[in-house]
Design a protein. Structure first.
Length: 207
C-alpha cells in the first residue's frame, strides 16, 4: 500500500482529445505500485451541469467567453482535489487538456502549476499525429466533432496546435508509435531513474 508519510506522486498527461491519454491512465493504474486515482477532466465534465457544458472541456477558439470565468474556477477546483489527494499520500494520474486559446489569455496552466508547488509532479506531453487523431475520431464518432474540409478553423486542428503550448514537459510520449503500456513504462522509468521533474516550476516562472 501507498505510504502516507509523504506526498503521493502526481502524473499529469496533457494532450488533445483522442490522443490516447485515457488508455495510458488505465495502464498506469494497472501496472504501477500503490493506489493511483484518476482525477482527469472527463470525470469533472460528467459532474458539470448540462447548461454549463462542456465546462473544462471548452475547446480552443473563444466561442463561449461567457463560460470562461467558470472554466478557470473549475480547473482550480480540479487541481485543489489533485493537491489534496497528494498531500494525503495518494498517487494521482490526470488526463488533462490544457490550452490558453480562449477569448482572452486565462493563464490556467500556470495557475494550476502554482497550486501544486511543493508536491511531486511529472508533466507528460502526449503527442499523436493529427491524421491519427482524425482517424480515431472517425472510428469512434463517425466523423462527429471535426470539420470534413480540414480548414484552419477545424476544432480538431485547433486542439492539436493549442494544447501543447508552451510545450514545456518533463517527458513526451507518442501514442502513434507506442502502446499505452509502453508509455506507462516510460513514465515509470522517468520517475525512478530520471532527474527531479521541473516542468511545472519552469511554467510558473514564465513571464
Amino acid at each position: 500500500m501507498q505510504k502516507l508519510d509523504r506526498p503521493g506522486q502526481i502524473v499529469i498527461l496533457n494532450g488533445p482529445p483522442r490522443s490516447g491519454k485515457s488508455s495510458i491512465v488505465v495502464a498506469v493504474q494497472a501496472r504501477f505500485d500503490g493506489v493511483w486515482m484518476n482525477l482527469g477532466v472527463d470525470h469533472f465534465k460528467k459532474m458539470t451541469p448540462a447548461r454549463f457544458q462542456p465546462g473544462i472541456g471548452l475547446r480552443p477558439g473563444g466561442e463561449r467567453p461567457d463560460l470562461e470565468p467558470l472554466v478557470v474556477r473549475l480547473y482550480r477546483a480540479m487541481y485543489e482535489a489533485i493537491a489534496t489527494h497528494s498531500r494525503l499520500g495518494i498517487n494521482v494520474v490526470v488526463d488533462a487538456v490544457h490550452h490558453d486559446a480562449y477569448s482572452v489569455s486565462r493563464q490556467i496552466l500556470r495557475t494550476c502549476a502554482q497550486q501544486l508547488q511543493g508536491l511531486p509532479v511529472l508533466f507528460v506531453g502526449v503527442r499523436c499525429p493529427l491524421g491519427v487523431v482524425m482517424e480515431r475520431r472517425r472510428a469512434t464518432w463517425g466523423g462527429v466533432g471535426y470539420n470534413q474540409g480540414g480548414t484552419d478553423q477545424d476544432p480538431v486542428r485547433l486542439w492539436h496546435e493549442a494544447v501543447h503550448q508552451p510545450g514545456i514537459y518533463d517527458l513526451e510520449v507518442d501514442t502513434a508509435s507506442l502502446t499505452p503500456e509502453e508509455c506507462a513504462d516510460l513514465i515509470a522509468t522517468r520517475l525512478t531513474d530520471g532527474p527531479p521533474p521541473r516542468a511545472f516550476q519552469r511554467i510558473v516562472a514564465l513571464p
